[in-house]
Each structure stands twice: as structure tokens, then as C-alpha cells.
Write a protein that binds this ligand. Sequence first.
Ligand SMILES: *[C@@H]1O[C@H](CO)[C@@H](O)[C@H](O)[C@H]1NC(C)=O
Ligand SMILES: *[C@@H]1O[C@H](CO)[C@@H](O)[C@H](O)[C@H]1NC(C)=O
Ligand SMILES: *[C@@H]1O[C@H](CO)[C@@H](O)[C@H](O)[C@H]1NC(C)=O
Ligand SMILES: *[C@@H]1O[C@H](CO)[C@@H](O)[C@H](O)[C@H]1NC(C)=O
Ligand SMILES: *[C@@H]1O[C@H](CO)[C@@H](O)[C@H](O)[C@H]1NC(C)=O
Ligand SMILES: *[C@@H]1O[C@H](CO)[C@@H](O)[C@H](O)[C@H]1NC(C)=O
Ligand SMILES: *[C@@H]1O[C@H](CO)[C@@H](O)[C@H](O)[C@H]1NC(C)=O
Ligand SMILES: *[C@@H]1O[C@H](CO)[C@@H](O)[C@H](O)[C@H]1NC(C)=O
Length: 430
Amino acid sequence: MKYALSFGALLGLGASIVFAYPSPHHRHVAQSLRRDSPGLVAASWYTGWHADDVPLANVSWSKYTHMTYSFAVTSPDVTTLTLADSDLALLPEFVSTAHANNVKALVSIGGWTGGLYYSSSVADDTNRTAFVKTVIDMATNFSLDGIDFDWEYPNNIGIGCNTMSPNDVDNFLSFLQELRADPVGSQLFLTAATPVFPWNDATGNPATNLTGFADVLDYIAIMNYDIWGPWSTTAGPNAPLNDTCASSGSKDGSAVSGVQAWNAAGIPLNQIVLGVAGYGHSFDVASSAAFPNGEDGGLASHPSFNAADQPLGDAWDSANPGPDVCGNPQGAEGDFDFWGLVVGGFLTDNGTAAPGIAYSFDECSQTPYVYNATSQVFVAYDDAQSFAAKGAFINTTGLRGFAMWETGSDFDDILIDSIRGSAGFEDPEC
Ligand SMILES: *[C@@H]1O[C@H](CO)[C@@H](O)[C@H](O)[C@H]1NC(C)=O
Ligand SMILES: *[C@@H]1O[C@H](CO)[C@@H](O)[C@H](O)[C@H]1NC(C)=O
Ligand SMILES: *[C@@H]1O[C@H](CO)[C@@H](O)[C@H](O)[C@H]1NC(C)=O
Ligand SMILES: *[C@@H]1O[C@H](CO)[C@@H](O)[C@H](O)[C@H]1NC(C)=O
Ligand SMILES: *[C@@H]1O[C@H](CO)[C@@H](O)[C@H](O)[C@H]1NC(C)=O
Ligand SMILES: *[C@@H]1O[C@H](CO)[C@@H](O)[C@H](O)[C@H]1NC(C)=O
Ligand SMILES: *[C@@H]1O[C@H](CO)[C@@H](O)[C@H](O)[C@H]1NC(C)=O
Ligand SMILES: *[C@@H]1O[C@H](CO)[C@@H](O)[C@H](O)[C@H]1NC(C)=O
């Protein structure tokens, strides 16, 4: 998931690796359809560091309109972005494959581990002008259709060592306005990946007037996931559709409350894309907590868990990932991709709970849980039913579409097919 960039991402800041792609012949910026293609968005983030497991040739391109290569990482030098940990050499092929499939190719800048220097890069006029040039050079050199700004998050310490300033939101807007004023920047498809509630303004509270961003961004993708996880006080839904119905202590955000908040801050519904998760978080939960009403009474929606014993997730997780980009020790994340739940024996290969696995669909969050009582591993995730509910919400609310973290999370296209169907996309085979 989005934490996955390792410490190595920042080890390669020397000029020699900076976009060292040797071919000089990709110099034009593909014409963006930004102004004349207001259609539904079916997007996902393609992670360069999983490319061996998710070859470009295996991506279901016909089911996407936009694909975002992740991540270019900010650096202390505003003239430098690095893709060192994200298979820089694959990016040209990613772009040409997307274009051959009539899919817009974007690069995402930042991520949980890659946005340490966003704040300093946009902090004053001099740096904004330099950063505009850095971003445009990247877009031009790689023939990108657009850029996704995944700043996690303005005026927020994020992973723990972000540069930050009370003026981050204003500076971010000034930067985007300068980017849009550039002849190349005016043609780019520009998006932002956002937290579930609006970015912090200078007071440290969610901003209430973000109308300026609607003028310069094509859309925002609300990352409605990681709402509950191993850092929470209890287990809970990774990606709740709704929390209106949750108890007062459990309203930590959802698609319903997040969309409402961003829309109230001035982002039109048709410029909001719902970020959806192809993975879930695992927790070590005792049987008594998992089944408060006995084994036939279903799984609890917010059971207590043993934080000292984080289960290892699927093959993309690591028990010993080494220190994070701030130098702090970290352990297993415990994430299971949808395919990982199949491989791990929780789900059958049609995506339903396997024999011997307890399953409940939480009515409030509209998301499923599975539980192996022997291993005590409890996973809050998304499946075809929860993706169908999210697609229906996109359709009835008039949102622009969806963006899934991450392209390679799915199994047999079960998730993407479900959300496309209910959001109102046509069958690509037709
Ligand atoms: C990619 O698709 C091919 C053809 O379906 C399949 O044989 C191969 O195993 C896939 N590769 C991966 C890494 O999934
Ligand atoms: C501008 O960027 C440079 C690095 O390129 C950095 O050293 C400096 O602190 C930044 N300015 C501000 C005001 O953050
Ligand atoms: C883009 O290409 C220009 C001209 O070749 C080069 O100077 C610059 O370093 C490249 N920048 C990036 C970000 O790739
Ligand atoms: C909201 O922000 C926009 C753009 O920055 C500004 O023009 C407008 O005056 C602001 N509205 C209010 C009510 O502050
Ligand atoms: C969210 O929950 C509230 C309260 O239960 C309900 O009225 C509303 O219809 C729900 N919204 C969705 C999209 O499920
Ligand atoms: C549950 O976990 C146990 C212990 O790890 C394992 O042996 C068993 O196969 C799992 N059950 C299922 C249905 O996967
Ligand atoms: C999914 O697989 C299980 C076990 O193989 C089977 O019982 C169930 O009927 C299947 N469901 C669908 C919708 O195919
Ligand atoms: C909702 O889906 C239907 C098809 O199922 C489609 O005709 C309609 O345009 C969709 N609405 C929106 C707002 O996309």
C-alpha cells in the first residue's frame, strides 16, 4: 500500500540517478483531453516497485481511463524529483503502453514516504517557480498526460519528519496556479490525492474554502482508506462507505462524510473521485472479542486487538522492512491485498469467504471482515459487495469516478469489474 517505499527512496538523491533516462526522443507532451473529456474516471495507482509481480502486459488497460505511476519522491533540492525506488527505467514503457491503450498516463509525486519536502518546495516564490520547472520537465521528458500530487499532508507532519508550514495550503494553491499559467502546465491533467477530510489550513483545522483548487485541478481523489488500522485503538473498517451510522466514538471518516466535507469546502462533486482500497488491514483478535455474541452471532465491527502481535500480511508485506524514511524502526504492516486473502486461505478464488473462515459484512461501513479463529487473524478489507456499494454511491452522488490503490491488488478483476458495473461504466468488451 502507500507506505511501501523504503528508506532507499531517499538514498538516491545524487544528480546521477535523477531521471537518468537516456532516451532524448520523448520530448513532446501528449495533448491532454482535460477540457473536453469530462467523462467518468476509472483510475488506479501502478506501483513501480511491484512491477515484477504486475507486468504492464497483465494490466487490464481496457477497464481504466487513467493510470498513475507511483511515486516520484520530493527531495531537499527543489530542482530534483527521484523515481529511484520505483523502477525509473520502466516509466517510458508504462507511458507508451498506457497510450497504446488510450489510457492517460500520470506520475504521482509524493505518497506517505515521499512528500517530506513538498512544503519547502512550494514555500516561496523562488522555490515555486523552480518546482514548476522541475514538474514540467518531468512531464515533458516522459510524455506524461498529467501529474498527481499526493502530498500527505499540507501543514501536517505526516510520517513524522515532513517539512511543514502553516501556509502550506495557500502555498500549494499558488504553486498550482503558477503551474497552470505555464503553456505546458495548462495542458496537463492535474489531480491531487487527498486525506478523507480537507487539508489543514493555517489554524491546523480542516480548510473551509478550497474553491481555488477546483479551478486548477481536474479532480481530487479522496483516499478513503486507512481510516482504521493497526495504529487505531480498536480494529475497524479500512475503507468505510458510511460512518453516519457509527457510534459517536467511531466516526473517523468515510466516503459519505469525506465527500460531504470536501464538497462543502468548495470542490464540486464532479471533480471528486472516490479513492478505493484493494487491500485490507489485519489485526490479532482473540475469539472472545471477535465473536461478542458467540460464533453464530457474527464478527464484531470494532473488536479490541493485541497491538504487540501484528500479523504478517501477504507476500508484499515484510516482517523486517528496516527503518522508515524518518529513521524510525518499523515492523510488519499486516496488509493483505485482495489477491493475498485468496493466497492466504481467507477467500476462495471467486472472492468469497473460504470454508472454516468466519465472515461478516458490516452494515454501517458496508465493508466485509474475515477471521481465522485458529490463527486469530482478523482482516477488515473490501470485496465485490463493498466495491459495488461504493460504485452505486459514486453513481447516485454524481462523483467523477474511482481511483484504486493499487492496480495490482485485485484478483481476477473481481473488484474492478464490480465497481465499474455499479458506477455506470460500460462493459469494455462491448
Ligand atoms: C501475466 O499473464 C500471463 C498470461 O496470462 C501469465 O501466464 C503470467 O503468470 C502473468 N504474470 C504474472 C506475474 O502474474
Ligand atoms: C527552497 O528550496 C531549497 C532547496 O532547493 C531549500 O534549501 C530552502 O529551504 C527552500 N526554501 C524554503 C523557504 O523552504
Ligand atoms: C528533462 O530534460 C532536460 C533536457 O534534456 C534535462 O535538462 C532535465 O534534467 C530533464 N529533467 C527531468 C526532470 O527529467
Ligand atoms: C474562497 O477562496 C477563493 C479563491 O482563493 C476566493 O476568491 C474567495 O474570496 C474565497 N471565499 C471566501 C468566502 O472567503
Ligand atoms: C449513511 O447512513 C445514514 C444513517 O444510517 C443513512 O441515512 C444514509 O442513507 C447512509 N448513506 C449511504 C450512502 O449508505
Ligand atoms: C487458519 O490458520 C491456521 C493457523 O495458521 C491454519 O493452519 C489454517 O489453515 C487456517 N485456516 C484456513 C481456513 O485457512
Ligand atoms: C464461490 O466458491 C465457493 C467455494 O468454492 C462456492 O461454494 C460458492 O458457490 C462460489 N460462489 C460463487 C458466486 O460462485
Ligand atoms: C449511473 O449509471 C447509469 C447506468 O447504470 C448511467 O446511465 C448514469 O449516467 C450513471 N450516472 C452517473 C451520474 O454517472
